[in-house]
Design a protein around this ligand. Structure first.
Ligand SMILES: NC(=O)c1ccc[n+]([C@@H]2O[C@H](COP(=O)([O-])OP(=O)(O)OC[C@H]3O[C@@H](n4cnc5c(N)ncnc54)[C@H](OP(=O)(O)O)[C@@H]3O)[C@@H](O)[C@H]2O)c1
Length: 327
């Protein structure tokens, strides 16, 4: 497992880390024993960074991570998120009082007295234009409730605005073969400001693993079923916002580019790691086998220029018009 510097924080984190949404909920039934096995497999593979949120299973994901931290002595950085428990989820709700309450709950769930990294959880765009909120986060750092803060964003424009605040140490953004716009202006600006980048949804919700088909079935409580058209939250979080059939066709083309010794999921992750601005990819993993598969991508050989260019051409031809103007 290789490690990269997480922005201006003191941490060097595994370039393949762990996304803990699915083990909390919204991805069909999950079993805590299996989820803990997946988390342990990640630590065994050298993962030292886990991304979660208070809202993933309403504390379930955070509590599983607390269990892992109790069981293992490894130094693990845990990034959580706050804001999505607001109902209604609006800019006004992002205030000092609400954030403090959410952070207190995460401290309890994670069984710690100081959170490593707290990210605003895809707030409405207006929140990025409210310096007082970032001031409130600075005060929470001073109060010793958290070490660092960052943001998780939907759009490139929000990322560019967020990094104007000096206290923002990390940006989490969807970046994968189906979502290439962050690699333009944003990565360049983030590198200048030494902001850590967490590439989320790296497998396009599993689609880039190449295992899905027209006949794949998803449980009613899996967002790949209930949010296919953005019914519950931003449609970009589900299959990266790419139409299912379009995604499947693109995956078949990618299959033809696969170097030997790599499976599709590993190829998708390796493609992300080709971008030096990215600190880590945070694939979701539900089973130890998925986690081991994903972690192996860290040590695979670099993709050739020819392969990178073929992926760019595929994106420009088949995906770009659906996603580029939007996120
Ligand atoms: N708003 C936000 O801030 C936000 C939003 C989304 C995600 N995130 C973060 O980013 C992380 C990653 O994104 P994501 O979980 O949405 O999507 P993802 O990583 O693209 O896809 C994860 C899913 O793909 C399947 N999978 C994983 N590894 C596989 C492998 N090797 N082979 C085949 N299938 C595999 C698993 O589901 P199945 O086995 O069920 O197919 C898994 O749950 C999340 O866990 C979360 O920490 C944050």
């Amino acid at each position: 497992m290789n490690h990269r510097q997480l922005g201006r924080t003191p941490w060097k984190v595994s370039d393949i880390s762990f996304g803990a949404w699915a083990i909390g909920g919204s991805w069909g039934a999950v079993d805590d024993t299996e989820s803990l096995a997946a988390l342990n497999a990640a630590v065994d593979c050298g993962v030292n960074f886990i991304d979660t949120a208070d809202v993933y299973g309403m504390g379930r994901s955070e509590r599983l991570i607390a269990q892992l931290l109790r069981d293992r002595k490894a130094e693990i950085v845990v990034a959580t998120k706050a804001g999505r428990r607001l109902s209604p989820h609006n800019a006004a709700g992002y205030n000092e009082q609400n954030l403090t309450g959410f952070i207190e709950d995460s401290l309890r769930n994670l069984a710690t007295d100081c959170l490593d990294l707290v990210q605003l959880h895809c707030p409405p765009t207006d929140v990025y234009y409210r310096p007082e909120l970032f001031g409130a986060l600075d005060r929470l750092v001073e109060a010793g409730k958290l070490r660092y803060y960052g943001v998780s964003v939907e759009r490139v424009e929000e990322a560019l605005k967020a990094i104007e605040y000096p206290g923002v140490h990390t940006v989490q953004i969807i970046f994968n073969i189906f979502r290439q716009r962050p690699a333009e202006l944003f990565f360049q600006q983030a590198e200048v400001r030494k902001v850590g980048i967490l590439a989320r949804v790296p497998l396009a919700s599993g689609m880039l693993s190449g295992k899905l088909s027209r006949t794949s079935q998803f449980a009613a409580d899996d967002h790949r079923q209930f949010n296919r058209h953005g019914e519950a939250f931003d449609v970009g979080e589900t299959f990266s916002g790419v139409d299912y059939e379009t995604g499947l066709a693109a995956v078949e083309e990618i299959r033809g580019l696969l170097p030997s010794g790599m499976n599709m999921a590993q190829f998708a992750l390796r493609w992300i790691l080709m971008h030096s601005a990215v600190t880590c990819a945070i694939p979701g993993g539900k089973t130890p086998q998925q986690v081991r598969d994903n972690c192996a991508a860290s040590d695979l050989p670099a993709l050739t220029e020819q392969t990178m260019s073929a992926i760019r051409t595929l994106y420009d031809r088949s995906i770009r018009k659906e996603v580029h103007p939007r996120w």
